[in-house]
Design a protein around this ligand. Structure first.
Ligand SMILES: *Cc1c(COP(=O)(O)O)cnc(C)c1O
Length: 428
């Protein structure tokens, strides 16, 4: 593969955009090489400006469950665009999308739309604090909840990749209310409740995708529920990534535990910038203008973005067995990768739920962030480079999740495994 045009485009971008990118993980820092500049997406494929084609396992970091340029979503967006891009006034499509989501999630009576996952989580936390009248929050090492100040404490995703778990520019006064616990370790959570009587909420990715792919233990989530009830704290499931990805009905259908608030993003916008947070009416009614907790957005519930989200979710609802099919493919892929690696004496830890999958270059199972950090990131980087050369686009960090789209065929999965065998042989 030649990357001549991407290399030139990256040089140009770096002159006017910090690091040449608008979100740090895209810069390929942890795997080396030049980020690919994209010309277009086409179903399961990504096409870069040098004309190279790749099977895309990133899917814009999750949103594109039907692959690129899905015709149904495209049509809905174009129809909406023709009526105007934004009004800053209510439109019926917001109510339609809200009604649909409330009907799918037992824990959600009401929902409000925003423009990103970061905004959704930030707003949910403010609401939890406003509702409980408490200030402290518990988050887990390795979970990523967007880049708002009080959550940039040992955050996962890009922040981990760069080895700077918390960021300059975040006042210690803001993060002192954030207590860190260990994922899948209930003792560490009990410790937090012992240290503070002022805990408003626990926020967790119930199916974590930002320290690599690490699902929570069912018992652990249930114990969080019990602790929250005991101490009058709210349980927030951050399903910005797992929502409509792991399952149509979210983590609530994979686990028995019910959250008080849920946050969404990614798939809910079908590729457009949308986030949302929802929960019981009693909590949501505390939001302005009904209640005292302020939250707002000029472009929130944008009609074009809502049209994309509504078209996506309607299509998902019409193909409920899709998740079984995607999970079969995801499992086929990771099991194939694991066996291919094993043949070359490389240990891979693999996992998949619904259309989400992950693999760690690690000879021990990964249950939390500390485990994830023991993975061989150099080997991952070599794998990533090798797979790009073969025409397969994986997330450019060991600490990310992969996604299957409905545009991917069994044959593509087979081809991926064959290419991976070749790459494993070269990097062992
Ligand atoms: C991506 C993500 C976010 C942040 O969403 P943005 O749209 O990037 O702001 C928050 N939480 C989780 C679990 C995510 O995966």
């Amino acid at each position: 593969m030649k990357y001549k045009h991407s290399i030139k485009a990256f040089e140009k971008a770096q002159k006017v955009i910090p690091g040449g990118v608008d979100s740090p993980v895209r810069a390929f820092k942890s795997v080396g090489g030049t980020p690919l500049f994209i010309k277009k997406g086409d179903g399961a494929y990504l096409v870069d400006i040098d004309g190279n084609h790749y099977v895309d396992f990133v899917q814009s970091w999750g949103p594109l469950i039907f692959g690129h340029s899905d015709k149904t979503i495209e049509k809905a967006v174009i129809k909406a665009v023709k009526k105007g891009l934004s009004f800053g006034a209510p439109t019926e499509i917001e109510t339609k999308l809200a009604t649909l989501i409330c009907s799918l999630f037992e824990a959600i009576d009401k929902i409000r739309f925003v423009s990103s996952g970061t905004e959704a989580v930030m707003s949910a936390i403010r609401l939890a604090r406003g509702f409980t009248g408490k200030d402290d929050i518990i988050k887990f090492e390795g979970c990523y909840h967007g880049h708002s100040d009080s959550l940039l404490v040992q955050a996962g995703s890009g922040a981990v990749t760069f080895g700077t778990p918390s960021s300059p520019g975040v006042p210690a006064d803001l993060t002192k209310h954030t207590l860190l616990a260990k994922y899948n370790d209930i003792k560490s959570v009990k410790e937090c409740f012992k240290n503070s009587k002022n805990i408003a909420c626990i926020i967790i990715e119930p199916i974590a995708g930002n320290m690599g792919f690490v699902p929570a233990d069912a018992k652990f989530l249930e114990e969080l529920r019990v602790l929250c009830d005991k101490h009058g704290a709210l349980l927030i499931f951050d399903e910005v990534m797992s929502g409509f990805r792991a399952h149509l009905y979210g983590a609530q259908s994979v686990y028995a535990t019910k959250p008080d608030l849920v946050t969404f993003g990614k798939v809910i916008g079908g590729g457009m910038p949308v986030g949302a947070f929802g929960g019981r009416a009693e909590i949501m009614d505390k939001l302005s203008p009904d209640g005292p907790v302020y939250q707002a957005g000029t472009l929130s519930g944008n009609p074009v973005a809502m049209a994309a989200g509504y078209a996506s979710l309607k299509k998902l609802l019409a193909h409920e067995d899709l998740y079984r099919d995607l999970e079969q493919k995801a499992k086929h892929l990771v099991e194939g990768l694991r066996l291919a690696a094993q043949e070359e004496g490389i240990s891979l830890q693999v996992n998949a739920i619904g259309s989400m999958f992950g693999f760690f270059f690690n000879n021990k199972p990964v249950h939390n962030f500390a485990d994830a950090l023991t993975s061989d990131t150099q080997k991952f980087a070599a794998f990533h480079q090798g797979m790009l050369q073969e025409g397969f686009y994986f997330a450019c960090s060991q600490f990310e999740t992969g996604f299957i789209s409905s545009a991917m065929s069994e044959a593509m999965i087979e081809d991926t495994i064959v290419a991976a065998s070749k790459v494993f042989k070269a990097i062992k």
